[in-house]
Design a protein around this ligand. Structure first.
Ligand code: PMP
Length: 361
């Protein structure tokens, strides 16, 4: 590279995101349990909308996403004017860092927080800061203790990926109340739909003025490949985020499919019910095999092995059985494997394979 073509400071500290593998060389029909996707796929209404949307490919899409925002607002009882939509909630996280954090600023999250917080902070020129957790769970006191005059954003995924743990909304409120006025708390609810009686913090957004929540269509709605997420925040914050958002960030396809999906209660409820049933079964069965799992509130379990070598050899064993799970060493959890909750047959396959792996040792 020419010496003058240097990227901005911080960019070379970002490791290129490699994500979950989609196949295993030499293994046909591998099952992918590495990206927390919905085993039931997209709902029928979303698939129909996708077909319909093809007819409008020659048209530029809506720039203000009004119809999708209205559908989200109606479903969740929110103010449509204070919703912003992005290419996955990843893009909303990027907007937040771009708009509120720059060189010399700090972006705070907890130790095993979602990787995008660090990536987006560094891409914006800011410094990522990770606060310790207690038992793989967000610790509000540790976050508050890590706040400095440079802190601009605090991200809390609730439930968190890759731990699956969560904290009550009262703790989020304590965090928001304890932050200085110029710090924004972002409650990332990517897995919200999988929590029974979820309180996503919309009340906090409305009451406090320094809270934003983010959500996604990638998980319970079964639309990871579509790439649509959204955020809800105070009017002034949403106005700022809309200024950094590209005018046509979402395609006709994304907008129409997401709108159909948000109105499809049936598909969502089936995904929720099946996930709750199989998540409990999977966690219990793995624990009985000597691979403990923390209680998960999401659509995956974090399986804890004796050490890194044990986790890695189980991963290789599962790969030979055609099961792709996720190593989470990059999250500081090298002794763990994150396993997406599949349908019943897949969960049984996972448990059978882990039992065989354990039996060999
Ligand atoms: N937040 C968390 C905690 C996640 O796990 C993910 C997906 N891995 C996202 C946000 C981003 O999801 P998407 O961009 O697909 O909406």
């Amino acid at each position: 590279m020419r010496k003058t073509l240097q990227p901005q400071p911080g960019i070379m500290d970002i490791a290129v995101y490699t994500g979950g593998a989609a196949h295993i060389d030499g293994v046909r029909e591998a099952v992918k349990l590495s990206s927390n996707e919905n085993p039931f796929g997209a709902g029928d209404r979303a698939v129909e909308a996708y077909r319909r949307a093809g007819h409008s490919m020659h048209r530029y899409p809506s720039t203000d996403h009004a119809a999708l925002r209205r559908a989200i607002a109606e479903t969740h009882g929110l103010d449509a004017a204070r919703i912003i939509c992005g290419v996955g909630s990843d893009e909303v996280i990027t907007f937040l860092c771009q708009a509120y954090a720059g060189v010399g600023d700090e972006v705070l999250y907890s130790q095993h927080g979602f990787l995008m917080y660090r990536i987006s902070a560094l891409a914006a020129g800011a410094t990522p800061v990770a606060a310790p957790e207690i038992d793989r769970t967000t610790d509000v006191d540790a976050l508050l203790a890590a706040v400095t005059p440079r802190t601009r954003l605090v991200f809390v995924a609730n439930p968190n990926n890759p731990t699956g743990t969560m904290i009550p909304v009262s703790e989020l409120e304590r965090l928001a109340q304890g932050l200085p006025d110029n710090v924004l708390l972002v409650i990332d609810g990517a897995y919200a739909e999988y929590v029974e009686d979820y309180d996503g913090g919309a009340g906090l957004v409305d009451a406090l003025g320094n809270v934003v929540m983010t959500r996604t269509f990638s998980k319970a709605y079964g639309l990871g490949g579509l790439r649509v997420g959204w955020g809800y925040g105070p009017a002034a914050v949403i106005d700022v985020l809309n200024r950094v958002r590209g005018p046509f960030n979402l395609s006709n396809m994304q907008l129409e499919v997401a709108e159909a999906a948000v109105r499809d209660r049936e598909h969502l409820e089936r995904s929720q019910t099946e996930n709750a049933r199989m998540r409990a079964w999977l966690a219990e069965a793995l624990s009985a095999l000597g691979v403990p799992c923390d209680p998960s509130y999401a659509n995956f379990v974090l399986a804890r092995f004796a050490d890194q070598a044990d986790a890695e050899s189980c991963d290789l064993f599962l790969q030979r059985e055609g099961l792709i799970v996720r190593r989470v060493g990059s999250y500081g959890l090298p002794e763990c494997l994150r396993i997406t909750v599949g349908d019943e047959a897949t969960c049984r396959r996972v448990v059978h394979a882990v039992a065989q792996f354990k039996g060999q040792r």
